[in-house]
Design a protein around this ligand. Structure first.
Ligand code: GLU
Length: 316
């Protein structure tokens, strides 16, 4: 059933990439074939379904905000994190500066926008960039179950050299006291973590772990506690898809996060068991580097809408 649906999705959605564009504000992200398209689903009975370019590794960019938020919650605890970053939606773009000054007294509105992720990085264990990166990379490897997850040095350097916007956000937050410590250290860690490379299956397995509230369906181990998984998932329908999160909540209805590298991670929670006639909780990973105007994979989002609607996966 899934295989036939995947065939249909690939046929219908891949051509949609023509109306999107790869991210170019990070120069290294331009060097990819915009028509690549892959999808993987992992379910809680250990079944894996993949199609298209599902084994192509790409830069996860903003999807790493899921790991950064998770790590900050583990290392600093919920109340300390929520002192520094709210969990409210934003109608501005992911790298907007305006709401930092005008709304919410200098505190980032949520951990899924750039300012929120940089603020969370300050709350992750370790003084140096290397220590913080090691910590987040370890979580990324644990949640995906893939020890080979690594950093694309080329993308890291490309963003580090060209990025002024995130510098502006970080220095602004330093001035308001939201972040303490060395700003360049946090930025270096942020650029490296955005450059983590994964493929669709890594994303699908990651999503499955959050669906199972932190419990790995592969090792049986609890990677983080259920309260953290719930908090991370709750932010996604509000803030995971930039300033089209509301529309995606209506059309897909699943906790979802995208990145400007073209990846999409989407979580089908346990309590959907049975509704789709499949095996309960699922994790979905999609890749298609051509983006829509808001910064999400244009073909990928079409595919996710089709998948969720056909299998009636919306949690709403
Ligand atoms: N590294 C990117 C930036 O900060 C991440 C943006 C994204 O994927 O939304 O601009």
């Amino acid at each position: 059933m899934i295989e036939a649906l995947f065939d249909e999705i690939i046929k219908t959605c891949s051509p949609v990439a023509k109306s999107g564009e790869v991210a170019s504000y990070i120069p290294a992200l331009q060097d990819v074939d915009p028509f690549q398209f892959g999808i993987s689903v992992a379910d809680n009975h250990g079944k894996i379904y993949s199609a298209g370019d599902s084994d192509v590794r790409f830069s996860i960019q903003s999807i790493s905000k899921v790991f950064i938020f998770t790590c900050a919650l583990i290392d600093s605890g919920v109340s300390r994190v929520l002192e520094r970053v709210s969990i409210e939606p934003t109608s501005d773009s992911f790298n907007s500066i305006i709401s930092l000054e005008l709304k919410n007294s200098g505190k980032p509105l949520n951990p899924m926008i750039n300012a929120g992720a940089i603020a969370c990085l300050a709350l992750i264990a370790g003084e140096s960039s290397q220590e913080k990166v090691r910590r987040v990379l370890a979580i990324a490897r644990d949640v995906s179950g893939n020890r080979m997850v690594d950093i694309d040095e080329n993308v890291y350097l490309s963003e580090k050299i060209t990025d002024s916007r995130n510098r502006a956000l970080a220095y602004y937050m330093k001035s308001t006291g939201i972040i303490a410590g060395d700003v360049e250290t946090l930025l270096d860690a942020y650029f490296r973590i955005c450059s983590i490379r994964m493929d669709c299956l890594d994303l699908a397995k990651t999503a499955l772990l959050y669906a199972g509230n932190g419990m790995s369906h592969y090792s049986g181990g609890q990677v983080f506690c259920a309260d953290i998984a719930r908090l991370v998932k709750a932010t996604m329908p509000m803030c995971g898809m930039y300033d089209e999160s509301g529309r995606v909540a209506a059309s897909v209805g699943l906790p979802t996060k995208s990145g400007v590298g073209g990846g999409i991670l989407s979580i089908v929670p346990e309590h959907r068991a049975g509704v789709h006639g499949m095996n309960g909780a699922m994790g979905i990973g999609i890749y298609g580097p051509a983006l829509n105007a808001k910064g999400s994979s244009i073909a990928g989002l079409n595919a996710l809408e089709m998948f969720s609607q056909r299998l009636k996966l919306s949690i709403f």
